[in-house]
Design a protein around this ligand. Structure first.
Ligand SMILES: [Zn+2]
Length: 171
């Protein structure tokens, strides 16, 4: 801002003064700023009133009694947390697996034994047919696709078991 180098000589605008009143009271301003505010307060009734107001509030805050921290403060905080209930839920937390490992994550029709059996039948038939087919590519594709439901269900089951075993070992 212009004129700052002659701060002692210029009268700060009221808004500027009021912005700095807290710093002025705290004694955190540069000396030149403090002097400028001191001079402004001397000449400006409105800002002087604001200054007295703040000063009164600060001394009131200073006079507030210091409340001692009770000896059992930590214990009371800990007591207010339902730790026992939290510990009782430990088995529930331990038996949780990521949602994609929950059985219900796969659609029921895909988990159905009939779907899996039908898929495996397709795979078996395709594998047998590959041996005698002239164009084995579509049959290989059918063999892979047929096995998908069984593979998904199996892999999910193994991953779920492994996760649970790992969680139990960890605890
Ligand atoms: Zn003023």
């Amino acid at each position: 801002m212009d004129g700052r180098e002659h701060q002692e000589d210029v009268t700060l605008a009221c808004a500027d003064t009021r912005d700095r009143l807290q710093g002025y009271l705290d004694g955190t301003l540069a000396k030149s700023e403090s002097v400028a505010i001191f001079l402004h307060l001397r000449d400006c009734g409105g800002c002087r009133e604001e200054h007295e107001h703040l000063q009164a509030m600060f001394s009131m805050l200073d006079e507030l009694p210091q409340l001692p921290v009770p000896d059992d403060f930590d214990a009371r905080i800990l007591d207010s947390i339902p730790l026992a209930a939290y510990r009782e839920m430990e088995p529930l937390r331990r038996d949780r697996v990521p949602v994609f490992l929950e059985e219900s994550y796969l659609p029921a029709w895909l988990r159905d034994a009939r779907t899996r059996l039908a898929g495996l039948s397709v795979t078996l038939a395709a594998v047998i047919a590959v041996a005698v087919a002239d164009q084995p590519q579509p049959l290989l594709l059918a063999a892979v696709v047929g096995a998908v439901p069984e593979i998904l269900v199996r892999c999910q089951g193994w991953a779920r078991q492994a996760t649970l075993a790992w969680r139990r070992a960890e605890n």
